[in-house]
Write a protein that binds this ligand. Structure first.
Ligand SMILES: Cc1ncc(COP(=O)(O)OP(=O)(O)O)c(N)n1
Ligand SMILES: Cc1nc(C(=O)O)sc1CCOP(=O)(O)O
Ligand SMILES: [Mg+2]
Length: 551
């Protein structure tokens, strides 16, 4: 592996990082398909086709109904895929007249013409994933199955839409039977909500997580590789728990239950996001997790929007276009590269050297810290909050995220960028519930199981240590390089190493070149020193010399 130091860019400059555009699936103008399609020369045409091959665009084909209110159906699918950087073509199975009150009419597209649309797209464009929504007749399901046999794709996502969220029936019993008999065995994932799961299984009643598990197992027997039973409609819980089953293991995925009337189209959107992530190359678990996060964030950002007079409104799939971070040029609330040089404060040390928390933070950022955590174990709450507010101002103006250690209340009160919690603090999923989807959450993890749980709980990164012995945190077990390696290899989240790291050993940590390891978090080597800015600068240059090329 080549050793190329890549200094992390401030968030505001992320728009200039070429990989950011690629991550988002955007094309540069010169490689966009059809840019020179009007050229009459064959050579020019070939160059266009060649460049399209070099830079494929993740492609989802949605086979679904049109929703005139544009909250669900193909309109939702196209918006969701676009938001996640995938191209979305469509084969329309029905045209519905609907609004925020309900469905007023359905006009099915002739089965033969659904087949024609499928042939047009599948014979020409390289489709990665097909996603299904409303399939209004058994005939349409059969046409789809035939098309997929003729034009195989990488994955099939089946959202078994049967009843609209307003309660209107969208496909009848004979369609259900064809789903079960023909389509499910071709599907990579089937995503029923509890009502649909119940219908698919002959109106069994589903009230508990254990019922959802049983339903997932029964639907799995009908042939799909994965089943996701969505628990959003289950009563009596502040969390929306979905159950994913792969034939062997059940994974419970917890999400926030956002209070809003704008939930029309959540099922279509979730399935489209799964399809988009699969088209981009994600594993199924990652795709489902990313899809849940997207829907949760979209609902959260749209909770107070008003469109229409009925009980159920649409939400904004393109909410990120409105966010301040987008306007600043970065679409991400959290850039894992920010973990490169993580400065963690300590009031005892700063007092010892006669400086305020605010001055310590300023100096660390001046020296090149890329993220800051206020870890003030002994501070009085009021004093801590005042200092935190001042640090938030400084960090916001300099484009560096500021996290608060342990104290969710302080983070909320000062509008910090996020919170870091450990295994004995408030669980990450509860922190997510309190902070909402837009904040950064870090979790300390020493084992594979803890790292897996942090990911399931919706954390953004993990802190792993102690890499070396430390006197800053009492009774902290030392994991060494092997412990760090084990966690990094298994982690689905970016990792920052912590514990006893200083200018003398930081290079050896970065040199390990471990997957997911994005940087080091340091307390005493920065703050138990006289010149914080100089120490930070020195550490940063050591890290940069030893950093492996990072993806
Ligand atoms: C980046 C980072 N990693 C780990 C920790 C430790 O958190 P925790 O285990 O909760 O211990 P305390 O810091 O609260 O003593 C951290 N703070 N930051
Ligand atoms: C706060 C903290 N957490 C650790 C963990 O292993 O999770 S080690 C640690 C203290 C790190 O301080 P220093 O850089 O001075 O060693
Ligand atoms: Mg803690």
């Amino acid at each position: 592996m080549t050793s190329v130091p890549l200094p992390p860019l401030p968030a505001a400059l992320a728009q200039y990082r070429p990989s950011a555009a690629a991550t988002l699936g955007f094309r540069t103008p010169s490689s966009a398909p059809g840019v020179s399609a009007s050229s009459s020369t064959r050579a020019r045409r070939f160059s266009v086709i060649a460049s399209a091959r070099e830079m494929p665009w993740p492609h989802v084909l949605t086979v679904a109904g049109s929703d005139s209110s544009a909250g669900a159906g193909i309109q939702a699918d196209i918006k969701a895929c676009a938001a996640l950087g995938a191209y979305c073509s469509s084969a329309i199975t029905a045209v519905t007249a609907q609004n925020t009150v309900g469905v007023q009419g359905i006009h099915a597209v002739p089965e033969k013409f659904v087949g024609e649309q499928l042939r047009s797209v599948l014979s020409d464009m390289s489709v990665d994933v097909v996603k299904t929504g409303m399939l209004p007749s058994a005939g349409v399901v059969k046409v789809l199955c035939e098309s997929l046999r003729k034009f195989p794709v990488k994955a099939l996502v089946v959202d078994p839409v049967m009843v609209s969220t307003s309660g209107d029936t969208l496909s009848g019993p004979s369609t259900l039977a064809t789903y079960r008999d023909e389509l499910f065995s071709m599907a990579d994932i089937v995503t029923p909500n509890v009502k649909e799961a119940s219908k698919l299984l002959g109106d069994v009643s589903l009230h508990t997580i254990s019922d959802m598990r049983n339903a997932a197992e029964s639907i799995y027997k009908l042939g799909p590789k994965y089943v996701l039973v969505k628990g959003g409609d289950m009563p009596d819980s502040s969390d929306a728990i979905d159950v994913l089953f792969d034939g062997k293991e059940f994974t419970e995925l917890r999400g926030l239950r956002i209070k809003t009337r704008n939930t029309h189209g959540t099922g279509c959107t979730l399935a489209s996001c799964i399809a988009a992530e699969l088209a981009k190359g994600a594993t199924m678990l990652h795709a489902v997790q990313a899809a849940k996060k997207f829907v949760e964030s979209a609902l959260y950002h749209s909770k107070d929007l008003v469109i229409g007079n009925g009980p159920q409104g649409p939400f904004d799939h393109l909410f990120e276009l409105k966010s301040p971070s987008y306007k600043m040029g970065s679409l991400q609330k959290f850039n894992p590269d920010d973990l490169f040089l993580y400065a963690v404060t300590d009031s005892g040390m700063n007092k010892k050297w006669g400086r305020s928390i605010k001055d310590a933070v300023k100096a660390a950022i001046e020296g090149g810290a890329t993220i800051v955590q206020l870890r003030e174990k002994d501070a009085e709450t009021r004093e801590f909050l005042e200092a935190a507010k001042a640090c938030v101002e400084i960090c916001k103006s300099l484009g560096v995220p500021l996290l608060i250690n342990d104290r969710v209340d302080v983070a909320l009160a000062c509008d910090a960028g996020g919170v870091h919690v450990g295994q004995s603090d408030i669980p990450a999923w509860e922190v997510r519930g309190l902070l909402g989807p837009g904040k950064i959450i870090g979790v300390s993890c020493k084992t594979l199981a803890q790292a897996e749980q942090a990911w399931k709980d919706g954390a953004d990164y993990i802190g792993c240590g102690g890499v070396f012995p430390t006197t800053t945190k009492a009774n902290n077990p030392t994991l060494g390089f092997e412990g760090l390696r084990t966690v990094c290899l298994a982690s689905k989240l970016p990792v920052v190493a912590i514990g006893g790291i200083n200018a003398g050993n930081a290079g050896s940590v970065m040199e390990l070149g471990l997957p997911n390891l994005k940087g080091v978090a340091v307390v005493s080597a920065l703050f138990d020193r006289e010149r914080v800015a100089a120490e930070t600068r020195n550490l940063r240059s050591i890290l940069m010399k030893n950093a492996h090329s990072r993806s």
